[in-house]
Design a protein around this ligand. Structure first.
Ligand code: ITT
Length: 202
């Protein structure tokens, strides 16, 4: 098992928004996140078609580990799979959130929501982390509702149409990164991970 006091995690993601949120939050806890693709360009990950976020994340992580071999033995390696699940759409777009975002975006989701009864939704984030000896999973959730129209220009992805239940009625895109990180699925998962890292081993 790696010494967790090294406190550097290499995050493999092609999503800049995820990286910026995660690195800011972890920095506030004294843990440095670096983008693996900067240290080792050319890693290719094929996202498998599975329904469970943690299974997708674990598959992505295994692909990364195969490609880096023993090159980053002193570091922890992390990937994330996340998405938006809308109750009235049977959990859609769920694990297809990235693809659906690139095809129809938040406005397409709003069109699909025309005339639906309830607008309940949640974000899920599943982190898969290699700690030097095993793969661990950490999950976070955030309950919310889908707005009637997009609002705000912060954040990324579906943030302009997602209003967290525990917020004050603003969408995530109307909040600063700091405000979003007090409520978000990603922050909830990262907080569990950082608690686990910061506990001194016996
Ligand atoms: P990587 O796999 O390279 O990390 P990705 O964007 O493809 O990047 P996912 O497969 O996990 O990542 O897709 C998650 C999608 O769900 C993401 O592209 C957004 O559209 C959406 N999403 C997840 N978390 C979000 C958040 O905090 N705010 C807005 N949209 C989010």
């Amino acid at each position: 098992m790696l010494d967790s006091t090294s406190k550097r995690i290499l995050f493999h993601t092609g999503n800049k928004g995820k990286f910026l949120e995660a690195s800011e939050l972890m920095m506030s806890r004294g843990i440095r996140l670096e983008l693996l693709s900067v240290l080792k360009p050319g890693i290719r990950v094929i996202e498998p078609q599975m329904n469970a976020f943690n299974e997708v994340a674990t598959s992505k992580l295994r692909q990364v580990l195969e490609q880096i071999g023993d090159e980053f033995d002193d570091d922890w390696i992390m990937v994330e799979d996340s998405g938006l699940l809308i109750d009235e759409l049977g959990g859609f777009p769920g694990p297809y959130s990235s693809y659906v975002y690139s095809r129809i975006g938040p406005n397409g989701i709003l069109r699909l929501m025309d005339g639906v009864g309830t607008r309940n939704a949640r974000y899920t984030a599943s982190l898969s982390v290699w700690n030097g000896s095993e793969i661990q999973s950490f999950e976070g959730f955030c309950e919310g509702i889908i707005a009637l129209e997009p609002k705000g220009d912060q954040g990324f992805g579906y943030d302009p149409i997602f209003i967290p239940i525990e917020g004050d009625g603003r969408t995530f895109s109307e909040m600063t990164k700091f405000e979003k990180s007090r409520l978000s699925h990603r922050a909830n998962a990262l907080n569990i991970l950082s608690d686990a890292m910061l506990v001194p081993s016996i």
